[in-house]
Design a protein around this ligand. Sequence first.
Ligand SMILES: Cc1ncc(C[n+]2csc(CCOP(=O)(O)OP(=O)(O)O)c2C)c(N)n1
Ligand SMILES: [Mg+2]
Length: 791
Amino acid sequence: MSTDELQRVHAWWCAANYLSVGQIYLLDNPLLTEPLEPEHIKPRLLGHWGTTPGLNFLYAHLNRVIKARELNVLPIIGPGHGGPGLVANTWLEGSYSELYPEVARNADGMRRLFRQFSFPGGIPSHCAPDVPGSIHEGGELGYSLAHAFGAAFDNPELIVACLVGDGEAETGPLATAWHSNKFLNPRTDGVVLPILHLNGYKIANPTVLARIPRAELESLLTGYGWRPHFVAGDEPWSMHAQMAMTLARVLDEIAAIRERARGAGAVVRPRWPMIVLDSPKGWTGPKTVDGVQIEGTWRAHQVPLAEVRTNPAHLRLLEQWMRSYRPQELFDSGGAPRAHLLELAPRAERRMGSSPYANGGAHPPPLELPAVAPFAVPVERPGETSAEATRVLGQWLREVLRINAAARNFRLLGPDETASNRLDAVFEVTNRTWVAESVPGDDHLSADGRVMEVLSEHQCQGWLEGYLLTGRHGLFNCYEAFIHIVDSMFNQHAKWLEAARRIPWRRSIPALNILLSSHVWRQDHNGFSHQDPGFIDVVVNKKAEVVRVYLPPDANTLLCVAEHCLRSRDRVNVVVAGKNSEPQWLGMEAATRHCEAGIGILEFASNDGDGSPEVVFACAGDVPTLEALAAVDLLRQHLPDLKVRVVNVVDLMTLQPHEEHPRGLSASEFDALFTTDRPIIFAYHGYPWLIHRLTYRRTNHANLHVRGYKEEGSTTTPFDMVVRNDLDRFHLVIDVIDRVPGLGYRAAHLRQLMRDKLAQHHDYIIRTGEDLPEVRDWMWQSRPASERASQ
Ligand SMILES: Cc1ncc(C[n+]2csc(CCOP(=O)(O)OP(=O)(O)O)c2C)c(N)n1
Ligand SMILES: [Mg+2]
């Protein structure tokens, strides 16, 4: 690197550091044209300095190589608390002011830039969606590397430069993410360049990786399959020289790997390079404050000078610190960055803050969706045919994968359960992504497979998020109980979507689709640990516009829901569907209508033709629907005059008031379905309290009685699972008898019969180990309403 270039990189770094400190501290006097006074200082000092100089150092050096080599680089900043750094760099390169013209590249813009940071009405402290070029907020640490890989998959021209905090590297998700290199196809995917930011500290502690011998760290990273390059020190000029040399070497290695991989022959896993940036935390900041060392310690993590407004010594230190970057040499008198510095910035979309990859993707091909009708299960009469819902879905997904194969814009992810969840038809057209070793007998592994299976729900979720945030599509399938592992990642992604919706320049991104199968009611063989439907409760905490929960009762409704989900954008769709053979209720046409409405009366099961039901049965979920219909069947046999309406809920959000959720029913619609005064027995898939939460404002809420999972589970028979939770047909019939006014004494015999059935069930399963034949072989007996009406 020439001296000129070196000086330019250094000037950029100084400017970015200056602008970062300015954001943390200053309300006014941005160019320090006058001596710093307490009134120039923000009343509340918020932000994180410690990680920022390292981030700025990397950004400056990346600029140089992007320009020299015409690279497409997407930055991902693991320690997203370095937000002021990313904002500073994107302002310097011009991306920021193009999106926020009022924050122009002049003195007034700089004043606004400083003032708005972590300030009411301004911008957040982290690399939130507000920040140009960011797809990763980095507020909750641990997901940077998984996001980086997700962005790199199927983006062959892209290099994702991922700064990983050394504290962040202690998290489970990050520790596993190093293994993502076994899933990256060097022929058709982009490159991830991890830069481990070894600044030695977290908030108040040293980091593990900084306190093991260097050889051990090197072995660890080598063991993960990387070739680590170290850039270590604190003397700026030596560090610039090292970083420039290392980047050159690393990029040469990457170019050589790509060339090899993109030639003929089999794809072999390369040893990708990575960088370890060992530099002081809070580098170039105050060395000591009040006699205590700051630079190079954990004390530099947040705001190194805390009393700038009230302590004149601190104020002086801040001024010295800021002036140490020589602002007058970096910015002209009007506040614009000087020309020699600007020359370092790449042009147009190569600027990292203007990367199209970070804003909806670089022209990703649209996802083509095949029609669902050809995959429908024929349903001549409700309940007559049986099917495995997810197996039917798998056949449609196979078609999705087939017709989008050339576009390379769809991936199916899961923690080793795609076949177990019965989606294995997809393996007729693709394989599991695998760039590690294979041996004969391996099943459907290949470097270009589009099904990604790794036993880390964190990686599945993180990869998919990165893939979606760069404009492509996917579906994550998971056992219902273990999706809780990514509760927090879901939260963070939903927050990103919520925030991004309010940012006009952010393009929309495809929805995050989560299919939960092997669910609570059919995990009887795996037992209690595998029984937990609580993810739905987590999901509905989020803002209405970004979440949907679907509980299709059978295969055709699952197909309709899946098609809708894969089309949708800017939200998280959670679909819960069983994989076992179950009766099918709705033909394709009826299923389509039902799913469009999201909720509706099951006409075939209702006998309240005159519109005056004595009881409303509601059901949501495949097994609860089955039990509700079996209960209706019993009522029809034993109390044929009782008028029952059956309402099935596919889209859980319809239950919320219209004012709370765009899919919510209006008060009159809800009252029409559920009546204002009849008992409602609600058989629900998950924890019953959620239904109360969603409906507490409805007129008839006082009459609503919900059955669901109440944490009663074990390794037992399928039917015993519902019995233990009082969700079975016999309990549901008793609920009706107990709640319909006047039915109690009329139906006393039936009530007793139900009790007897429960006792009989219990004895039978203890004796035989399986469910009563009348339960196992139960079929919907009632005739269609049309036949009944014609009598
Ligand atoms: C999952 C998670 N746990 C805890 C925190 C709180 N936290 C914020 S910053 C930080 C230390 C981060 O250290 P490191 O990754 O080394 O970042 P840097 O030193 O670059 O600031 C912690 C623990 C968090 N943001 N996310
Ligand atoms: Mg650190």
